[in-house]
Design a protein around this ligand. Structure first.
Ligand SMILES: [Zn+2]
Length: 690
């Protein structure tokens, strides 16, 4: 045992002592925690008690120090990255993963949990949900299996993990293998300066003379090059070459993913039947909000039925526009992005730089807090200096209830630090609300963004998408911080079904398209003016630009994913081809090229965690748009808005993972989610709400 005053990673009851924490603390702390936890687990296994206090609570207490210390290690890796933190993380990760697996797959613990479930002991709603999902998680990891079946299950799991890595490697390697060095100025016509710079930088790997002005410029399938190239390049022949390479990526030769994905689908199907499910889609849905395959199919079809005819109209508009501009051939697949960008430029002549001067970070933050205070009747106050932080940029805030009592706190690390900070934005819990111990602990969150830095002369000027990101992460933060569930495994975002977890975050994003909110948080850096009506109108209109086609593309992925995992059967000849071609008929307006094999690069479902789960994007957008709709319906009346806001706080933000998300939604909205709100938000339905 090491004392927590000599190793701050062990002081899991305190606010993290960031100024003391060093990478050298990681290995001794994690080792010591794992040793203690292992002894506790063995004790629980030898004397299992099927009661909440004798089983579930000790299990949580056993994991708590590990959650705290490992959370701090991964946090430092993400925001204060260094060779030392990487080494410490790498050294400890296998032990942490192995212990977590062992704890969640312990046979004795599993049997005790089943006994607790079957004993009819009175449990609270959140306790019941935590118990059920722990049992289900263990079952899905094969705990209840034995003998040869268990052996086969483990073989399949191992093989699927290997196939997933192989799939991802092939995509990467195939992408790397494709490159064209552009050397003539005629080849780069239309390309924006930022793209030329990054293409020249990429070319500099093999030619250190490369410059943005004179080239050579490396054309590749890297999405940061490919996507803007297809939008801007004047040369149709180069767009065609790139497009053809993209849709056939990793589909033949040494990097062919077709046999890999076929094997993965067959193994997933076998795995499902070992677990007594009819399909892998059912395995996936067992832990999600969507009740069953029919519910997912029905939602996707409702959206498709509206998006499809709109996408046809959009394509007609695009054809007419291209013809007006003198383009006489029929639009090919590699022309769509290009003409659509031209049309967008004509309709909305604004970009990131037009908007940036209006969004000063301190003002945006004030506006976000004012909105939160108004809607949810809380107060947010800066408390910098009350706690230690990991970097000078980091701010600290407390959140108070209307009666002045403290509810929660959060750290905010807003700016990008490319040398030491991971890209992207996220909310992570430091600790959840926990009222099960002698002293309750309040929720604390990290909010991390990567927005433009301030300079000596001016504050950080944010792009509109940086503003949206801040609102998004703050929405996750609100759900973590305003929870009223004191059972830590079901508090805040814990134990919320995956397809419902983006509700609060996307809900907050929607406020970025609210006129009053945007007016309140915008202030031009030079003139002090708030965002003019004309720019606001462009922002909202551009959100709806070609929304039919955009939605149809997402639906194509979601429907294909669901079909492959619900309806693919390995022994049916041509099953895969049939599924793909039926899907194309439903979701593609211009048929794909005969050689199209985009399935071979569908990494979300073959090398990520989205198998039979890609629909979750649309599912949660439906929830968040419909939840936001309640505020639109309330009109601009302050009292009416506040009433809806408090109801949102009492349901969506309070009930955490302790209540079925469909019930939570019904408690807020008084009915089931309705996809119409999303269609209306995207401009795909223009009827007024009833
Ligand atoms: Zn999110």
């Amino acid at each position: 045992m090491i004392a927590s005053d000599s190793n701050p990673l062990l002081a899991y009851r305190d606010a993290p002592r960031f100024q003391d924490i060093q990478p050298t603390h990681a290995c001794p702390a994690i080792r010591s925690i794992l040793e203690t936890a292992e002894a506790q687990l063995v004790a629980l296994e030898t004397e299992t008690q099927p009661t909440w206090e004798g089983l579930m609570l000790p299990l949580y207490r056993m994991m708590e120090p590990l959650g705290y210390a490992w959370g701090l290690v991964t946090h430092h890796l993400a925001v204060m990255n260094s060779e030392e933190w990487r080494e410490a993380h790498k050294a400890m990760q296998p032990g942490v993963v192995a212990f977590s697996l062992r704890a969640s797959q312990s046979d004795a613990v599993f049997k005790a949990m089943v006994a607790l479930r079957d004993a009819n002991t009175p449990l609270t709603g959140p306790q019941r949900r935590v118990l059920d999902s722990s049992i289900r998680g263990a079952e899905l990891s094969g705990v209840a299996l034995s003998g040869q079946t268990k052996q086969r299950f483990n073989e399949i799991k191992a093989r699927l993990a290997a196939l997933s890595t192989l799939f991802a490697d092939h995509v990467l390697d195939a992408r790397k293998a494709f490159k064209i060095m552009l050397t003539e100025s005629s080849q780069i016509e239309g390309l924006p300066r930022s793209l030329l710079t990054s293409m020249a930088e990429a070319a500099a790997d093999t030619n250190n003379e490369a410059t943005a002005e004179n080239g050579p410029w490396k054309l590749s399938l890297d999405p940061t090059v490919m996507i803007p190239f297809l939008k801007h390049a004047e040369r149709g022949d180069l767009r065609e070459t790139l497009y053809r390479a993209h849709v056939t990526l990793a589909s033949d030769g040494e990097f062919n993913n077709m046999p890999i994905l076929e094997e993965a689908l067959a193994l997933r199907s076998e795995l499902a039947s070992i677990l007594s499910y009819d399909s892998y889609a059912e395995v996936s849905l067992a832990t999600k909000m969507a009740q069953d395959i029919n519910a997912v199919d029905a939602l996707l079809e409702t959206l498709r039925a509206t998006a499809y005819p709109r996408a046809i109209e959009e394509l007609d508009d695009l054809r007419a526009f291209a013809a007006e501009q003198g383009f006489t051939s029929d639009l090919a697949l590699w022309d769509l992005g290009y003409w659509s960008e031209k049309l967008r430029e004509q309709e909305f002549n604004f970009n990131d730089e037009t908007l940036r001067p209006y969004f000063q970070f301190p003002r945006v933050l004030e506006g976000l807090f004012a909105l939160t205070e108004r809607l949810f009747d809380v107060r947010i106050r800066a408390a910098d200096g009350d706690v230690q932080v990991w970097h000078d940029d980091v701010r600290f805030f407390n959140v108070f209830d209307a009666d002045g009592s403290t509810l929660a706190s959060f750290y905010l690390d807003p700016y990008s630090r490319p040398e030491t900070k991971r890209g992207g934005a996220w909310m992570d819990p430091v600790r959840p609300l926990d009222t099960t111990g002698e002293m309750p602990t309040l929720p604390v969150a990290y909010l991390v963004c990567n927005q433009t830095k301030p300079t000596a002369a001016q504050p950080s000027l944010m792009t509109f998408s940086e503003v949206e990101t801040l609102f998004h992460e703050f929405g996750h933060g609100l759900q973590h911080m305003l929870t009223r569930v004191g059972e830590p495994d079901a508090s805040g975002l814990n134990n919320i079904e995956w397809d419902a977890v983006e509700l609060a975050s996307q809900f907050m994003e929607n406020w970025c398209y609210d006129r009053d909110t945007l007016e309140g948080l915008s202030q031009h850096i030079d003139t002090g003016a708030s965002l003019p009506e004309s720019l606001f109108a462009k922002i909202t209109a551009s959100r709806k630009f070609h929304a039919g086609g955009g939605m149809l593309r997402q639906l194509a992925f979601a429907m294909l994913d669901m079909d492959l995992h619900a309806r693919f059967s390995a022994d049916k000849e041509r099953a895969l081809k049939d599924i793909v071609s039926k899907n194309n008929q439903k979701t593609r307006i211009i048929p794909p090229l005969p050689e199209d094999r985009t399935l071979c690069a569908f990494s979300h479902i073959f090398a990520g965690g989205y198998a039979a789960g890609y629909y979750s994007y649309k599912w949660s957008e439906v929830l968040s748009a419909d939840a936001f709709g309640a505020f639109t319906e309330a009109g601009s009346n302050d009292a009416a808005q506040k009433e809806v806001g408090l109801r949102f706080r009492d349901t969506i933000l309070s009930l955490g993972g302790g209540t079925d998300p469909a019930d939570v939604f019904r408690q807020f909205r008084g009915r089931d989610p309705d996809p119409e709100a999303l269609l209306r938000q995207e401009g795909l339905l223009i009827t007024t709400p009833i």
